[in-house]
Design a protein around this ligand. Structure first.
Ligand SMILES: NC(=O)c1ccc[n+]([C@@H]2O[C@H](COP(=O)([O-])OP(=O)(O)OC[C@H]3O[C@@H](n4cnc5c(N)ncnc54)[C@H](OP(=O)(O)O)[C@@H]3O)[C@@H](O)[C@H]2O)c1
Length: 441
């Protein structure tokens, strides 16, 4: 009989408890596929007595995850605590330092310290596997690390945060405001009490930082990503997008541009009938454009205990089968420094929503400022929100700002930003115009 693979599981929350359920339920299947039994040699969490819906009375308990990580009986540390620093980092470093394999679902840790940890894993010739860290159950890490490793990737983009996608989808389908939908999502447990990390785009940026490195063979550079959240998206934008054939999605996008890698997280307009626009609710979707393979779209559950545990378990199986790969596709010594492309050079079309004072010459002045920066306009419409009542209630009071929506032809980020700044300075608009990039698909 083959020696069992012994796991130390640190973190018994949503993902940890589901993983234990999976390991128990599929014990025989895993043994058959791994060619050896997979055994839980120890667990660690904060509260020993907590009911986690799984039977753990026979499993050795460790108060300290670092002690679990270095326990001689453990071959693989499965880190499911979370957080970029603190005990999760300490446990992973301790395990790698002691020559043990690591499986983690911790995107924050990898986005901030991925390269240093990968170097440690390479020095010890052990695995650092993190399929669950990006898009939960969707096998996007293996797709980039293995299936597409012979391709040159041109672009990777996607919907990487279920909370944001749920909010935007509900705003679209139920014509409700951001604040209203967010409150409901919090009440139902879909959004954190402090939602900044999700709705501000930072969670998406963590995942995009990892994907960018895998796709382009560069060092992970979370700090170099331009990040905007969805907090300022209004029902007026959702309605205007719908009328013009678009949906608004929070996208993480990374591509090779002339001056380097362009990596950005922001709300984007995507054509209503594109495959990515159809990814709705809490579902995630990741698209990859590669030279020989062409375009792929992977869609599925980006979070949740069972789906995430499925990804963690596949990483454990790889180790049980003896597979140890460079964590970031190639040895870290071959990774190129991250060269950030200038966002000002980004080329694309834009949606702009103005609140224009009802004064003679206001529209002419706006058009002139656009013309000065060589931004050409594809369409311009004055729109009233659908929610406005018909009749007198729908009329604008004399002199009140009128909502005007403009779509530009392809231009540069620098040109549109300069034009918008000049329009604001002219005093023809009552608030900062809303600018949303239209993603070329
Ligand atoms: N949830 C998802 O859908 C999902 C999807 C993809 C990736 N992930 C990632 O998976 C990881 C775990 O997420 P989760 O949702 O399962 O988190 P969670 O439900 O909050 O669970 C965290 C676990 O870590 C334990 N813990 C916290 N501090 C500890 C400490 N100092 N020492 C020992 N144990 C400690 C907690 O112990 P107690 O239970 O005793 O408090 C808990 O069991 C995170 O990196 C997350 O980003 C989660």
């Amino acid at each position: 009989m083959q020696q069992p693979l012994t796991l130390g599981i640190a973190g018994l929350g949503t993902v940890g408890a589901s993983l234990i359920q999976l390991l128990l339920q599929h014990k025989d299947r895993l043994e058959e596929r791994a060619g050896r039994p997979v055994r839980i040699g120890g667990v660690s969490a904060r509260h020993k007595g907590k009911d986690r819906g799984v039977e753990l009375s026979d499993v050795p308990w460790f108060d300290d995850p670092v002690r679990l990580a270095t326990d001689p009986g453990i071959e693989v540390l499965v880190e499911l605590i979370g957080g970029s620093d603190g005990v999760a980092k300490a446990a992973v470093e301790a395990a790698l330092g002691a020559g043990k394999h690591v499986v983690t679902a911790n995107k924050a840790l990898l986005a901030e310290h991925g390269i240093a940890l990968a170097q440690l894993a390479e020095e010890r010739n052990v695995a650092l596997n993190f399929e669950a860290a990006v898009a939960g159950g969707i096998p996007v890490i293996k797709t980039l690390r293995e299936s597409l490793s012979a391709n040159e990737v041109h672009r990777v983009y996607g919907i990487l945060n279920g909370t944001c996608n749920y909010i935007l989808t509900t705003m679209t389908e139920e014509q409700r405001s951001f604040d209203d939908v967010l409150k409901e999502a919090q009440a139902r447990g879909y959004a954190e009490a402090d939602p900044t990390f999700d709705v501000g785009g930072f969670d998406t940026a963590h995942k995009l930082a990892i994907l960018t490195s895998l796709a382009f063979g560069t060092k992970v550079a979370f700090d170099e990503i331009d990040v905007e959240g969805i907090q300022l998206i209004t029902q007026a934008d959702i309605e205007a997008a719908d009328d013009m054939g678009y949906r608004i999605k929070l996208l993480g996008v990374a591509l090779r541009a002339e001056s380097g890698i362009e990596a950005r997280v922001h709300p984007a307009m995507v054509p209503k009938h594109s495959a990515i626009a159809e990814v709705s609710g809490a579902t995630n979707g990741v698209a990859i454009d590669a030279d020989f393979c062409g375009s792929l779209l992977l869609v599925g559950p980006g979070a949740g205990g069972p789906a995430t545990a499925s990804a963690v378990a596949s990483d454990i199986l790889d180790i049980a089968r003896g597979s140890v790969m460079a964590p970031f596709v190639t040895h870290t010594r071959n990774l190129k420094p991250y060269k950030k492309a200038k966002l000002g050079a980004h080329q694309g079309a834009y949606y702009v929503r103005f609140s224009v004072y009802d004064r003679p010459g206001a529209m002419g002045a706006i058009a002139k400022r656009m013309g000065d920066r060589e931004v050409s306009i594809e369409s311009i419409v004055q729109r009233r929100p659908r929610s406005a009542l018909p009749g007198i209630g729908a009329r604008l009071a004399p002199g009140a700002p009128a909502p005007v929506v403009m779509i530009t032809h392809e231009t540069t980020e620098e040109s549109i930003r300069q034009a918008i700044d000049a329009i604001e300075r002219d005093g023809k608009v009552s608030e900062r115009p809303q600018v949303i990039r239209i993603e070329k698909l």
